[in-house]
Every structure is written in C-alpha cells, then in structure tokens.
Ligand binder design. Structure first.
Ligand SMILES: [Zn+2]
Length: 203
C-alpha cells in the first residue's frame, strides 16, 4: 500500500469561495497521496440522521462520518474539474493528486455522480468549471439576444453609420466578474441531503 502512504505535503484549511477549503502550501507532484479522509464508521440506524453532513460511503455497506477534528480532508471542496481524486481501497479513502498542483491552489476532487445529481445539480454547482460554463452561456445568450435585436431593428438610411456600432455585444468583463459569484457548496464527500446550506460565511 505504498501508494497510499500520505505524503508530507503542506496543506492548509482556509477560506474559499464556498466557505472553507483546503489549499496547497507548496508545489505538489502528480499522482501522490496528500491526505486521508478519516472518520467514524456509521451504523445503519444512524443514517436517517440528517445532521450527518460528512458522510462518505467507502464501500457498498460501509459509511464513515468524517466530522471529526482530525479529518482535515472534510474541508476539501467538490469540483467538476478537480485536481485530485478520492480513491477508496479497503474501506479507506485517500486523496490523490491527478496532476501537478501549484502552491496556493485549492485542492478539489469530484464528489461523485450520485452526490452531484442529488445535491449539487439542484443547488447549482459553484465550482470554477461550472461558473465558467455559466458565464460562457450568458455570453452567448447575450450575443444571440443582441443579434435578434439587430435583425429586428429598423434599417437605417444609407450612410448613417454609428460610431461605436454593435460590436460590443457580449461583454467579456461580465464573464470575469461572475467568477466571483460565490456560493455555498461546502465541505466534502458524499454528504447527506442538507449539505450546501449549512451557514458558512460567504467570502
Ligand atoms: Zn461544477
């Protein structure tokens, strides 16, 4: 299990766009283990408890509750374009880098399709990838809208050229400002239904 020995890489918990997050304090190579998601095994009868927010299913039958102080990995946020992945051999969960990570970057992994469909999709995922996509959609939507406008506009008489014309339609400025839109997709792993609404302060 040498692959899953947690390396001595400096990470810190800090404020992220979505509450708290985990950040690299130094450059970290690709395909190394940076943390273990640890927790307490949850009994089946506890699963109905909505307050368990850091659940992680480590096998078909076994769930762990990562809400214990030693589990720094519970603060790692979801991303649809993550720089890490969670690997779960033998009922344990290790956070592995998918690519080189630069000092200062936020650590992220994908929480899994099920979690995404069940929770993040409804809330609106606030990861960088999704925010970029939304910004791009807005941009092309704006383009379409203004193109229609132009088409419907009454035709000008010849020679009535407008100085600053219709080229400035789509607004790259807007796109970059929406990146800072913030959000509340907090915490980690495959948490129970109430996630994302726990009142972390927005940055
Ligand atoms: Zn996303």
């Amino acid at each position: 299990m040498a692959r899953y020995k947690v390396g001595d890489y400096k990470l810190r918990v800090g404020r992220s766009r979505t509450g708290r997050g985990v950040f690299a304090c130094e450059d970290i190579p690709r395909d190394v283990c940076i943390d273990e998601y640890v927790g307490r095994v949850v009994k089946e009868e506890e699963l109905a408890n909505d307050r368990l927010k850091y659940l992680f299913s480590v096998s078909k039958k076994k769930m762990i509750d990562g809400n214990i102080p030693e589990n720094r990995a519970r603060f790692i946020n979801h991303s649809c374009r993550p720089n890490c992945r969670a690997e779960g051999p033998n009922g344990r969960v290790f956070i592995m880098t998918k690519r080189k990570i630069k000092a200062g970057e936020e650590i992220t992994y994908h929480y899994g399709k099920e979690y995404f469909d069940l929770i993040l999709r409804k809330l609106g995922c606030k990861c960088v990838k999704c925010l970029e996509e939304k910004a791009a959609q807005r941009k092309s939507g704006a383009k379409r809208a203004s193109a229609t406008k132009r088409a419907n506009a009454p035709k000008r008489a010849n020679g009535a050229k407008r100085a600053n014309g219709t080229k400035r339609t789509s607004g790259t400025k807007r796109a970059s400002s929406t990146k800072r839109a913030g959000g509340t997709v907090t915490g980690s792993a495959k948490r129970a239904k109430r996630t994302g609404q726990s009142g972390h302060a927005r940055v």
